[in-house]
Design a binder for this molecule. Structure first.
Ligand code: ATP
Length: 406
């Protein structure tokens, strides 16, 4: 691996170049130690390391290649254990790859593991000097930036306390402040940011926006809103391999969600008075285009109890993060049920304006008079909003825009 500080003023320069990177681990400690000894001996004898998997070994990272320039932010996503952190550790030089090459130009700021890079018995202030020195800054340069770092981390009152007594959030604040305030050429951030409170996370995003034009960023997160907020490149990792990569961040996120798609609809509450018999949705292949109407019918059988008035049906539409994004409710007016045995509701969602992605609908039925819950079925209809526009915002509004040219 090379980590060169050379003339990198050209904005088009590739700052991070990763070629065919692979790293294998062993599932068993004893075997791993035995392989380690064997590798050491064969290394001394001048033999090349075995690139093939031996029993109990697996590829944590396999054949990953990408390039990053200034102003480019790569989002690394994937399931737990997909190899994201391992890749970051290789990039940061913490572990060596078994195959492939990493070339990084310029200063690297990294926030990888909570508290990693800090000496726990040293104070926050001493750690800033240590980390700054590792990044290649002189003592005077660090002193010049010290106040900004402490202010950004909001640790003025605790900066002379040993880091071992910091809370998780305080460690992240200090780590991010050092990594980002030192104006690195390459910034590597792992999931740890999520430990910070909302105020700090928002502040970090503002700082990332500020430094991004001059920095190449690699960002690991399980939060797709965060990924879509800052990344312009994406790699979806699956069992160590890149399953999807490119600049179509929305598509990468889409594929990630598909992996976790929950196709089961389930009754999560039922007081026994209504049975959900069937539903019908008029979408072809469960797909809706922007502006299209959606027709949904729901059929219930009355099992027991005597409803005086028609129960209220509420449909809650949720995105893939299970965030409610819209709601539809049956009429408020009281309709007498009389001797009906079945109830059928017809809904038309007019001119729907969903952004691209997958959605699920929950139904909640309530007694119209007492407002007490009768039935709740989660995720009973699934649909995806499709289109050629690549939008990834929580929801889209229809607007008239007037522009005046003078
Ligand atoms: N030092 C190690 N020795 C053995 N196996 C390891 C080691 N470090 C990581 N692994 C394994 O490598 C695989 C990838 O781990 P990694 O931490 O890179 O995943 P990840 O994508 O970052 O996961 P998460 O989303 O949970 O953080 C996992 O199966 C993990 O158990």
């Amino acid at each position: 691996m090379t980590n060169q500080t050379q003339d990198i003023s050209n904005t088009n320069d590739v700052l991070v170049k990763v070629e065919g990177l692979s790293k294998k681990f062993c599932k068993d400690l004893k075997t791993s130690l035995w392989y380690g000894v064997k590798d050491l001996v064969s290394g001394v004898r001048g033999n090349k390391h075995n690139r093939e998997l031996r029993p109990k070994e697996f590829w944590a990272v396999k054949d990953v290649s990408f390039e990053l320039r200034r102003g480019e932010c790569l989002g690394l996503i994937g399931h737990n254990g997909a190899g994201k952190s391992t890749l970051l550790k290789i990039l940061n030089g913490l572990i060596n790859p078994d195959a492939g090459k990493v070339t990084i130009k310029g200063r690297v700021g990294a926030l990888i593991e909570l508290g990693a890079g800090f000496n726990p018995i040293l104070t926050g202030r001493e750690n800033i000097y240590n980390n700054g020195a590792v990044l290649g800054f002189t003592r005077q340069e660090i002193t010049r930036k010290l106040d900004d770092i402490i202010a950004f981390a909001e640790l003025e009152d605790f900066i002379d306390m040993p880091v071992q007594h910091y809370s998780s959030g305080m460690k992240v604040r200090l780590g991010f402040a050092v990594a980002a305030q030192m104006e690195p050429d390459v910034l590597i951030i792992d999931e740890v940011l999520a430990v910070g409170d909302l105020g700090f996370v928002l502040k970090c995003f503002k700082q990332i926006d500020t430094i991004l034009p001059n920095t190449a960023i690699v960002f690991v997160s399980h939060s797709m809103p965060m990924i879509s907020r800052i990344c312009n490149h994406i790699i979806l990792m699956e069992h160590g391999k890149p399953k999807f990569q490119g600049t179509d961040v929305a598509k990468g996120i889409d594929l990630y969600y598909t992996r976790f798609a929950n196709n089961e609809s389930n009754v999560v509450f039922d007081d026994g008075s209504l049975e959900f018999l069937s539903h019908n949705c008029d979408l072809e292949q469960g797909q809706v285009l922007r502006g299209q109407d959606i027709g949904i019918s729901l059929c219930f059988a009355i099992k027991k109890g005597n409803f005086k008035v028609l129960p209220t049906v509420y449909m809650e539409i949720k995105d893939k993060d299970l965030r409610p994004v819209a709601g539809v409710q049956s009429g408020q007016e009281s309709t007498e049920v009389k001797d009906a045995k079945y109830l059928k509701y017809y809904f038309t969602i007019k001119n729907s304006m969903f952004t691209l992605g997958a959605y699920g609908i929950d139904i909640i039925v309530k007694d119209a008079e007492s407002n007490s819950p009768i039935l709740r079925v989660n995720n009973f209809i699934k649909f995806s909003a499709v289109g050629d526009k690549s939008m990834w915002v929580p929801f889209e509004l229809q607007t008239d825009v007037a522009v005046e040219l003078k």
